[in-house]
Design a protein around this ligand. Structure first.
Ligand code: ATP
Ligand code: MG
Length: 352
C-alpha cells in the first residue's frame, strides 16, 4: 500500500516537448494517475538522439520531484531517422524459429552491421501463398546505441526500463482503441513534431509502413520569425496565435496574411510531397489506396493544416474524438490529446 506499487512512468521525449504519464497496466482498462508536459531543454534531444544527457537528466529529475512521481519502472516511445520498419511474410513456424527468420530478414535491409540494431517483430495477420500458410510480420530495427542511451538515462534515475516502443506504433495502439470504427479502417497518420514528422500507414490499425521525414513545425517557426522580424521565441508565439494554412480556394486578404502564407506554405508543400510519396509507394506495393487521414503532434495545431493535407490528397479527416480507453485520475482536455497519442499508447501492452 505504501510502496511504489505497479505504477509506471511513460515518456515521450520530443525535441521540443517532454510528454509524460504515470499509469498502471490493467487488462481491462489501464489507469492514468497523472500526466503532464514540459519544454525539453533546448538542444538536449534531436531526432531521437540525446545530445545533452546531464541537462536532460536534471529536467527529468525536476519533473519527477515536482509532480511527486514514485515509480520504479518506465516505458519510452521514441523515433529516429535511423529506425527501419518493414513488413514481410514468413512461413508459419514455431516461436523460436520465427526469431531466427526475423533476424535473417532484418539482416537483408539493415545497412552495415545488424548487431548494432535491436530487432523486434509483431505478427499482424496470416495469408496463404501456393497452399502455404504465411505470417504477415512487422519488423522493427532500432539502433542499439540510441536505445542504450535511453536505458542509461532511466538507470541514472534509478528506474528500470520496462519497454521501448516507436512513435507511430504507440500512437496507433491508442487511436485504435480511442476512435470508433478506426479498427476497420486503413489510414495515414501524420505526427508532426517540432523537428520531424512521422508518416504511418496503418492497415486496420496495424502500422505497416512508417517513414520519418526531417520536416517539422520548428522550420515553420523559423520562416515566420524571419518574415516578421521576430526572434524564435516570439515567432513561435506568433505562429500559435496567428499562423494558418491557406486552402486552395482562399486568398490572403492583406499583406500580413500574404507574408504568413509565403512563409508557411513551402514547408507544408514539402511535407505534402513526402506524404504523397509514401502513399504512392504503399499503393504500388499493395495495389490499395488510403482515403482517411489523421493528424497529431504539435504541428497539427496549425490552423487548417489537416484540412489542407486532406484537400490536396482527396482524403477524409478522421476527427480525434472518442471514448477514452483509459481511466484518467486527472482529466485530459480534448485539445491536448493530440500531443499525447504516443505516450498514451504506452499504457497498452502490444497485442491488447
Ligand atoms: N498552433 C500551432 N501552430 C504551429 N505549431 C505549433 C502550434 N502549437 C504547437 N506547435 C508546435 O508544436 C511543437 C511541439 O510539438 P510536439 O510535442 O509534437 O513536438 P516534439 O515531439 O517535441 O518534436 P519531435 O517529435 O519532432 O522531436 C512545438 O515546436 C510548437 O511550436
Ligand atoms: Mg514527437
Amino acid at each position: 500500500m505504501f510502496g511504489v506499487g505497479n505504477k509506471i512512468l511513460g515518456l515521450d521525449i520530443g525535441s521540443s516537448i517532454i510528454k509524460w504519464i504515470v499509469y498502471s497496466e490493467d487488462k481491462n482498462m489501464p489507469l492514468v494517475y497523472n500526466w503532464g508536459f514540459e519544454k525539453t531543454p533546448y538542444g538536449a534531444v534531436k531526432n531521437g538522439r540525446i545530445f545533452e544527457r546531464q541537462i536532460l537528466l536534471t529536467k527529468l529529475k525536476e519533473i519527477i520531484v515536482n509532480n511527486g512521481i514514485k515509480v520504479n519502472k518506465a516505458s519510452i516511445t521514441l523515433s529516429c531517422p535511423e529506425m527501419i520498419i518493414r513488413t514481410v511474410t514468413i512461413p508459419k513456424l514455431k516461436q523460436r524459429e520465427i526469431q531466427n527468420v526475423v533476424r535473417f530478414e532484418a539482416e537483408q535491409f539493415i545497412p552495415g552491421n545488424s548487431d548494432e540494431y535491436i530487432i523486434d517483430y509483431k505478427i499482424y495477420g496470416e495469408t496463404k501463398e501456393n497452399q502455404n500458410d504465411l505470417l504477415k510480420t512487422l519488423i522493427v530495427a532500432l539502433p542499439s546505441g540510441i536505445v542504450q542511451n535511453y536505458i542509461e538515462l532511466l538507470e541514472d534515475l534509478s528506474i528500470k526500463p520496462l519497454a521501448v516502443d516507436f512513435n507511430g506504433n504507440s500512437a496507433c495502439r491508442f487511436l485504435n482503441l480511442f476512435l470508433k470504427n478506426i479498427r476497420d479502417k486503413d489510414y495515414v497518420l501524420i505526427d508532426m513534431g517540432a523537428s520531424n514528422t512521422i508518416i504511418t500507414i496503418a492497415e486496420r490499425g496495424v502500422p505497416v509502413l512508417t517513414r520519418l521525414v526531417q520536416i517539422g513545425s520548428e522550420e515553420m517557426v523559423r520562416t515566420v520569425a524571419n518574415s516578421f522580424n521576430l526572434n524564435l521565441e516570439d515567432g513561435e508565439k506568433y505562429i500559435k496565435t496567428h499562423g494558418r494554412v491557406f486552402l486552395d480556394n482562399e486568398q490572403p486578404e492583406d499583406k500580413i496574411l500574404w507574408e504568413m502564407m509565403t512563409s508557411i506554405m513551402p514547408t507544408v508543400e514539402l511535407l505534402l510531397k513526402d506524404i504523397f510519396q509514401s502513399l504512392e509507394f504503399y499503393k504500388s506495393m499493395t495495389k490499395k489506396s488510403i482515403d482517411t487521414t489523421l493528424m497529431i503532434g504539435g504541428g497539427s495545431y496549425l490552423k487548417n493544416i489537416d484540412k489542407y493535407v486532406a484537400q490536396q490528397l482527396s482524403m477524409n479527416i478522421l476527427p480525434l474524438k472518442g471514448i477514452f480507453p483509459l481511466k484518467m485520475k486527472k482529466e485530459m482536455q480534448a485539445d491536448i490529446v493530440s500531443l499525447f497519442c504516443n505516450v498514451l499508447g504506452l499504457a497498452f501492452r502490444e497485442g491488447e
